[in-house]
Design a protein around this ligand. Structure first.
Ligand code: NAP
Length: 241
């Protein structure tokens, strides 16, 4: 990762922050895009001896992302990798789901991936690069109460494979990760009964840690993953195989 710049969206907390810190431990420089303040995360990352910058960017906003990418280039000089991680849930059964619930989840989870990739890839055309998109087990197998979320995460998989096909010959790789249940504030919100039921169904009988996702992101971005593109890697303790 030495001398690389990686944009991590939603990198101020949760899985994104863990990814950013782990890449920094491997020598990578980090740009965080988030709507919540990332300055504390940036301080921690800098203490690992790399450069890091926080950019306040709503990744669902096309023009804000364009500006954010330009600011990364101005401040940090280049972009080698992109991790599209920012995401939200607004869970409801389909019959109760409002138009806004659908639109917001699509904008934050899927349109953001288009926005960030669209503006970053221009620069990657000159240098090559690697993109990792954080999908979800819900996008692979569906999940009751998550029609909007599952559709957005399935959309990410189709998008990832298309980018891999369009830009493979230009030295740009695109892969997706489909995490299962990973302990973060997103999953803390579930009630205890739902967590117990989930645990029963996981062959490894434990929830995942954000680091389990970060290891795979590192593998895919680094030279270890240099002949892998268009792939979706499950990180779920066997919940879906
Ligand atoms: P998290 O703790 O909520 O972190 C996501 C970060 O993205 C938050 O800082 C969030 O800010 C930010 N964000 C939300 N909307 C944004 C926007 N429009 N622009 C920029 N940043 C935005 O979630 P997480 O659990 O780490 O999840 C990270 C990714 O993994 C998500 O894509 C999620 O769908 C995926 N995933 C998670 C799990 C799991 O079990 N945790 C499983 C499968 C997939 P706010 O706090 O203000 O929303």
């Amino acid at each position: 990762m030495k001398d690389t710049i990686t944009i991590v969206t939603g990198g101020s907390q949760g899985i994104g922050r863990c990814i950013a810190e782990f890449l920094a431990e491997k020598g990578g420089n980090i740009a965080i895009f988030d709507i919540i303040d990332g300055n504390e995360a940036v301080e921690v990352i800098r203490s690992k001896g790399v450069s890091a910058e926080f950019f306040s960017v709503d990744v669902s906003d096309f023009h804000a992302v364009e500006e954010g990418v330009e600011n990364v280039l101005k401040k940090m000089g280049k972009i080698n990798n992109l991790v599209n991680n920012a995401g939200i849930t607004i869970d409801k059964l389909l019959l109760r789901m409002k138009e806004d619930d659908w639109d917001r989840v699509m904008q934050v989870n899927l349109k953001s991936v288009f926005n960030c990739t669209r503006f970053v890839i221009r620069h990657m055309l000159k240098t090559g690069g690697s993109i990792v998109n954080i999908s979800s087990i819900a996008g692979v197998m569906g999940n009751a109460g998550q029609a909007n979320y599952a559709a957005s995460k399935a959309g990410i998989i189709g998008f990832t494979k298309t980018v891999a096909k369009e830009y493979g010959e230009r030295g740009i790789r695109a892969n997706a990760i489909a995490p299962g249940f990973i302990k973060t504030k997103m999953t803390d919100a579930l009630d205890d009964r739902a967590k117990e039921e989930m645990l029963k169904a996981i062959p490894m009988k434990k929830f995942g840690d954000p680091l389990n996702v970060a290891y795979v992101v590192y593998f895919l971005l680094s030279n270890y993953g240099s002949y892998i593109t268009g792939e979706v890697i499950n990180v779920n303790g066997g919940l879906h195989m």
